[in-house]
Write a protein that binds this ligand. Sequence first.
Ligand code: DGT
Ligand code: CA
Ligand code: CA
Ligand code: ZN
Length: 573
Amino acid sequence: MKNPEVARILYNIAIYMEMQGEMVFKVRAYEKAAQSVEALGEDVNEIYGKGGMKALEEIPGVGKSIAEKIEELLKTGKLKYYEALKKKIPVDVEGLRRIEGIGPKTILALYKKLKIKNIEDLEKAAKSGKIRTLEGFGQKSEENILKGIEFMKRSSGRYVLGHILPLGKEIEKRLASLEYVKTAIVAGSFRRRKETIGDIDILVVSGEPKKVMDYFVKMPEVINVYGKGETKSTVKLENGIDVDVRVVEEKSYGAALNYFTGSKDHNISLRRIAVEKGLKLSEYGLFKKQKFVGGRTEEEVYKILGLRYIEPEIRENTGEIEASKKGALPKLIGYSDLKGDLQTQTSWTDGSDTIEEMALAAKKTGLEYIAITDHTKALAMTGGLDESKIAKQGKEIDKVNEKLEGIKILKGAEVNIMKDGHLDISDKALSQLDIVGAAVHSNFNLSREDQTKRIISAISNEHVDILFHPTGRIIQKREPYDADIQKIIDAAKDTGTVLEIDAYPDRLDLKDEHVKLAVSSGAKLCIDSDAHNKNHFRFLEFGIAQARRGWAEKKDVINALPLGKMLKMIKGE
Ligand code: DGT
Ligand code: CA
Ligand code: CA
Ligand code: ZN
């Protein structure tokens, strides 16, 4: 059993526990452990193989009892405790949970009263008007359920990039290391770092395609072979995703990589330019009549077409080709340009690790500073801090700062924007902090006008430095709240508030198009991991990818600045 499956079972146990009215801290313990396992850079089997139970207990958020459960899963592929839960309440908790607004308590009520076991049952019941008759539900909640089901259907069949990236890179590495393979690279939407991907497209250069095909269809993750050809095969992996592989000749590598990276619309525009120049562009190369004129590298393809090289993340046919022609492409922020991280949570609230552990992990990632931004009191379920706890945490941060070298810890908070736009922490307490991030965590369903006003009113508070996860969407789970993003961007610029790209894999909020709007409006951005444990700093890569997709440059991102300059910028000095 691999990490995603172990994490999935731990998440499901948390849902069952919450359904049964278990204590909040127990439920959170399973969630934290699940998050941790999901974010591990290493295979949990290897961790266990090398260090046994002890090594399992060293995973952030994993204590003895959860470690024992993981051990049972790894050893037997099953968990008696989980099987018993499923038997007692035989519902598809995972599926139902994916529908917005459906929590564990609702799942239980729907099962007890209407025998609803899965999404199909739920849709039927909602369509026939049965839900509105239940106590605590109304016509509005019935409509919301149907909307939620619609949304889920539209997004299914795609995978969150951050969940697939480690596996894609691992397969790429494996293929590249074969002695008969010259190059192996994942192309497609994966290479463009789109927030969700439909499948994994791999391009291989090899003189022995047959051997590549044999190896590929026999990889341990493969559960189905749709087709195996001489130079092209497609398989399904155990986690459900499809993988295409194609072997090409060295001479066509650039053209093929360009073609299979896409996007399709970008390709179509390139082909048009080729035609205008009397050429033909295909995945085999650039041709004049029948004669090959180039295609060994992507750089060569763009050059012959009279273009500057275009980074994969912006190949969406949204102006990059014109910009390239004019020599006006942005110089995208690089994957190692960040100096700090301005949103992290610790075990003071819903994170798993201490301030010191987080700081050390950040330092190891190569960062120079982090802000500790635990939740505040209105988010009671996370144990949010009040003014006195914030002050207490500040003292603790002073102590850790004295002890550690090479990393600076900033005092911060993730304060809640209340329904009317005021904050749940006093101005006086906020004035003591280095970094104040404000965020919406409630009342997602206000009208567009009220939501916009609420957010603008919050960021107009002089103490607020950053608007965290500005639209609140969760990929494949929750739509962004309805707000006028351009107005918010303008207000952010006017008030000197920074807009966050939250790098958490299923947030990536701002979206790429919002980033582009923010950049062209002159608002400042930051890219934060939203880390809830020490392994989460690697999420920053996904946030950087999102920033690049939105054409952001280093100068647009405040945490690409060294500490002193960043603080000056954020405090408007
Ligand atoms: P996905 O998998 O839905 O996230 O998106 P992509 O972009 O990876 O699309 P996919 O896997 O269908 O195809 C990979 C690339 O192959 C795509 O980005 C561009 C190229 N391609 C696929 N179909 C066509 C086509 O009909 N015309 C052109 N010009 N290129 C295509
Ligand atoms: Ca693809
Ligand atoms: Ca494909
Ligand atoms: Zn938040």
